[in-house]
Design a protein around this ligand. Structure first.
Ligand SMILES: Cc1ncc(COP(=O)(O)O)c(C=O)c1O
Length: 398
C-alpha cells in the first residue's frame, strides 16, 4: 500500500482529532522504525514514552505470542494469575499495597479521582471531594481527567465540565497552601510536567507537597504515567525526592505498548474500593498484565532505570554542546534521565520537520519545547546521532 493512498483514506475516514505527520510507520526494531516508503528513523518519541524496552523486544513479543495462544481475555469475575503477579511485583517495588488495573493513563487517573473522593467521604464530611491540580499539567482526555488538566485549550468546546476541580500554579507551594480548604480531598500532580514543556520543579517541591497534604489530612496523588517505569533514572520519579505518595498512576511504558493503566495506593486508600464500586471489562486482562509483568521484571533485572540515568546524562551533555553551537536557537536544555526537553527559539514545527527529514522522530511539548523520550535501551551511538541531527535541523532553520 503506498503512502499517498493511505493518507487519502486517513483524511476521508478517520476523525481528525490530532494533526498527524505525513508518515505511516510500519515496522520497528529497538530504537529504529521504518515508514511505508522504507525510510528509516531513530525513534526518540518512544510512542510518547511508551516503548521503554524498544520496538519488537524479543521478551515482549514472546510473552504476547505465548499469552495470546494460551488465554487472551477473561473477566475480572475470576482470579487472573498474571494480574496478581504484576500487582505483587508493583507493590514490592513501590510504596503501594494495592493496585487496580485499567486500560490507559486517563482511566488510571479517573480511578485515582474516584478513590480520593470515596476515601475523603470516609475520612471527613460528605461534601469533601475537590481535587487540586496544577496549571500546565496533563492528566488525560476523559471528562474528569481533562478537567483535572488545567489547560483551557483542552477544555474548549467540551463544556459543561464536571465540578470539584481547582487549579494552582505548578511549583508554587504557597499557592497550594492557600487553595486547600475543608472541601479538598487530594492533590493530583506530575513530578515532572511532561506534556506541559518538560518542567522540572524545584528540589523541595515534592517534599513540600507531602508536608502540606499531611498537615491538611488530604491525599498526595502522583501522576507518574509519563515519568514512571524508569524514565527519569529511577523506577519512580518520586524516589528522587525521598517522599512517597498515597496514590500513584502508571500506564504508558508498563506494557511497552499493550494498552494498560494501573492505580497504586496505600492500604488505607486502596481498601475503599469494595466489590461493585468500580470496574472495567478489559482492565488487567491476562494479555496486558502478562506483558506488564515481563516489562517490569526486565526493567528491574536489567537495571534499565540506571541506564536511563546514564544515557540521559549523555544526551543532555550532547544537547548542551548543540546549545553552545547555536546559542540563539535554544533557550534551555532540561529534563531528568531520558525525559529531555529542548526549549527552542525557532518554531518547534520547523525543527521537528527538519529532524524528521534527517531521520529523527521527536515529540513536541508545551508551547515551543522539543521533547525526547527514546527507549531506555537506547545505545550511545544513537544518542550522539540524535543530538547531531538536532544541530543540523537548527542550522537549517536559523
Ligand atoms: C502525565 C500524563 N498523565 C496522563 C496521560 C493520559 O494517558 P492516556 O493517553 O494513556 O490516557 C498522559 C498522556 O500523555 C500523561 O503524559
Amino acid at each position: 500500500m503506498n503512502t499517498k493512498q493511505l493518507l487519502e483514506w486517513s483524511d476521508k475516514h478517520l476523525m481528525a482529532f490530532t494533526k498527524r505527520y505525513p508518515v505511516a510507520l510500519v515496522r520497528g526494531e529497538g530504537v529504529r522504525v521504518w515508514d511505508s516508503d522504507g525510510k528509516e528513523y531513530l525513534d526518540f518519541t518512544g510512542g510518547i514514552a511508551v516503548t521503554a524496552l524498544g520496538h519488537n523486544h524479543p521478551k515482549v513479543v514472546g510473552t504476547i505470542r505465548e499469552q495470546a495462544a494460551t488465554l487472551l481475555h477473561v473477566s475480572n469475575y475470576f482470579h487472573i494469575p498474571q494480574q496478581i503477579h504484576l500487582a505483587k511485583l508493583l507493590c514490592e517495588h513501590s510504596f503501594a499495597d494495592r493496585v487496580y488495573f485499567s486500560n490507559s493513563g486517563a482511566e488510571a487517573n479517573e480511578t485515582a479521582i474516584k478513590l480520593a473522593r470515596k476515601w475523603a467521604k470516609e475520612h471527613g464530611s460528605s461534601d469533601r471531594g475537590d481535587i487540586i491540580s496544577m496549571r500546565g499539567g496533563f492528566h488525560g482526555r476523559t471528562l474528569a481527567t481533562v478537567t483535572a488538566t488545567a489547560q483551557e485549550k483542552y477544555h474548549h468546546g467540551f463544556e459543561p465540565l464536571p465540578g470539584g476541580f481547582k487549579y494552582v500554579p505548578y511549583n508554587d507551594l504557597r499557592a497550594l497552601e492557600r487553595a486547600i480548604d475543608s472541601r479538598t480531598a487530594a492533590v493530583l500532580v506530575e513530578p515532572i510536567q511532561g506534556e506541559g514543556g518538560v518542567i522540572v520543579p524545584d528540589e523541595g517541591y515534592l517534599p513540600g507537597l507531602r508536608k502540606l497534604c499531611d498537615e491538611a489530612g488530604i491525599l498526595l496523588m502522583l501522576d507518574e504515567i509519563q515519568t514512571g517505569m524508569g524514565r527519569t533514572g529511577r523506577l519512580w520519579c518520586y524516589e528522587h525526592a525521598g517522599v512517597t505518595p498515597d496514590v500513584m498512576t502508571v500506564a504508558k511504558a508498563l506494557a511497552n505498548g499493550v494498552p494498560i493503566g494501573a492505580t497504586l495506593a496505600t492500604e488505607d486508600v486502596g481498601r475503599v474500593l469494595t466489590p461493585g464500586s468500580h470496574g472495567s471489562t478489559f482492565g488487567g486482562n491476562p494479555l496486558a498484565t502478562a506483558v506488564g509483568l515481563t516489562v517490569l521484571s526486565t526493567m528491574i533485572e536489567e537495571r534499565l532505570p540506571e541506564r536511563a540515568a546514564r544515557m540521559g546524562k549523555l544526551l543532555r551533555e550532547r544537547l548542551e554542546t548543540v546549545h553552545r553551537d547555536y546559542p540563539k536557537a535554544i533557550k534551555e536544555v532540561r529534563g531528568r534521565g531520558l525525559l529531555v526537553g529542548v526549549e527552542l527559539v525557532p518554531p518547534m514545527a520547523d525543527v521537528i520537520a527538519g529532524c524528521r527529514e534527517r531521520g529523527l522522530l521527536a515529540l513536541t511539548s508545551g508551547d515551543n519545547t522539543l521533547r525526547l523520550a527514546p527507549p531506555l535501551t537506547v545505545d550511545e551511538a544513537s544518542v550522539e546521532r540524535a543530538a547531531q541531527i538536532i544541530g543540523q535541523a537548527l542550522a537549517a532553520v536559523k
